[in-house]
Design a protein around this ligand. Structure first.
Ligand SMILES: [Mn+2]
Length: 401
């Protein structure tokens, strides 16, 4: 028995891009994002000549997708149907009930699973062998009842997979289960959706493909869809990037550099992102280390100005957008001067162990007592703390923490 299929999940079609605004010239990239993503998934399945595609829930970000998006989805399904590729779909917690609101019919080779665990058999194109796919959609009213409990003890088919949308946890709201609960599972492959990073467990085989399209920087690094190659008892899983728009968080070391040096390094990196990517790419820059112009970096306005100048400088690079710039480094500080202070900040510094880096103001403040949770006090403490670091720098420039 030898065949191939694609397993994807959590496309979250219709979810907005987490950008502050639409970058100039990017209207089409944003507008066409979901359509391009679907095209890329369908094109990949056709190019790899797979027998079927599994989409394991949260295909849509909400259960009432726009008609435009519904059309794009149907067109992708039609493209696959024309190529003889079967599609197995389940609903996730985000899109539970979506098919009840669907205006357009889905082609014949698209199979949907309801709330109860069901089975669909197909014959492989390559050798006419019969395999079966089992699946269950996420059901709000079944929250807490593991799908795993409904698994059959034995199967008739030569090869069978099961599709469900669930979290790996001992308890929780999203059909919680643990890998060890599958110890007696009769299925050769467990096609999961819900968790947003690529995960592959063995014995028995369990895969979360992760998200094929990141929508904001917190979702970086995005994963993709999985190409699964079955050869007898062997299953080879490869994660494939199909994102229509890439997100990249890039660190730049700025040790010993002045503003001009940092600027040039940033420009070079944006250029490199442009050269390396075939898809449009959104870049978030993080400056680390100790710049010689550390004072400027503690001013939000200055960082924003720097970002604007960088965007201007790299504007001619098509398909690259510099979304954010952050200075996460910290200037050189002397611990003794800080811990010798006789105000409450001295108290804070004395609570820190020597191993803790004096870099992150918020991390330091997390050591203070609960009163600081009150925002106004917190902001004031934060302001004073930043001031303390800067004062300290006047006294001791050479010491690097
Ligand atoms: Mn989910």
């Amino acid at each position: 028995m030898s065949f191939r299929f694609v397993h994807g999940a959590d496309l979250h079609l219709g979810a907005p891009m987490g950008l502050r605004s639409i970058p100039p010239g990017w209207e089409a990239h944003i507008e066409m994002l979901d359509r391009n993503l679907l095209d890329r998934v369908a094109a990949f399945c056709c190019a790899e000549d797979v027998d079927f595609l599994i989409l394991a829930g949260d295909i849509f970000d909400n259960p009432h997708p726009h008609l435009r998006l519904q059309r794009s989805f149907v067109q992708a399904m039609e493209q696959l149907d024309d190529a003889g590729v079967h599609c197995f779909l389940i609903e996730g917690n985000h899109d539970a009930g979506v098919w009840d609101r669907f205006a357009f019919p889905l082609p014949a080779r698209v199979h949907r699973f309801g709330k109860e665990l069901g089975e669909i058999k197909i014959r492989l194109r390559s050798n006419n062998q019969e395999i079966s796919i089992w699946g269950a959609s996420f059901a709000v009213e079944h929250r807490g009842r593991p799908v795993v409990d409904a698994f059959p003890n034995a199967l008739q088919s030569d090869w069978a997979a099961v599709v469900f949308h669930a979290e790996q946890a001992s308890q929780g709201r999203y059909h919680p289960f643990l890998h060890k609960d599958l110890a007696y599972s009769p299925f050769a492959y467990h096609a999961l959706g819900h968790e947003h990073s690529f995960q592959q467990l063995q014995n028995p085989a369990l895969v979360y493909p992760g998200i094929p399209q990141a929508r904001h920087r917190a979702e970086v690094p995005a994963s993709g869809i999985c190409l699964v190659e079955v050869q007898g008892k062997q299953q080879q899983v490869t994660s494939v990037d199909v994102a229509a728009v890439q997100w990249r968080t890039e660190e730049i070391a700025v040790d010993g550099l002045d503003e001009n040096g940092v600027f040039q390094r940033c420009v070079n990196l944006v250029q490199r992102c442009h050269d390396q990517h075939t898809q449009p790419v959104i870049v978030c820059l993080q400056l680390t280390g100790t710049s010689t112009d550390h004072r400027g970096w503690s001013s939000k306005a200055r960082v924003e100005e720097f970002l604007e100048a960088l965007r201007e400088e790299t504007r001619w690079l098509q398909g690259v957008w510099l979304e954010s710039l952050e200075y996460v480094g910290w200037p050189a500080v002397d611990r003794t001067t800080l811990t010798d202070r006789d105000d409450f900040l001295g108290e804070v510094f004395r609570q820190l162990t020597n191993e803790e880096p004096l870099r992150d103001v918020d991390q330091i403040l997390s050591h203070c007592n609960q009163e600081l949770c009150w925002a106004a006090v917190y902001e004031e403490a934060r302001r004073q703390l930043l001031g303390a670091f800067n004062e300290n720098l006047d006294g001791d420039e050479g010491h690097v923490d």
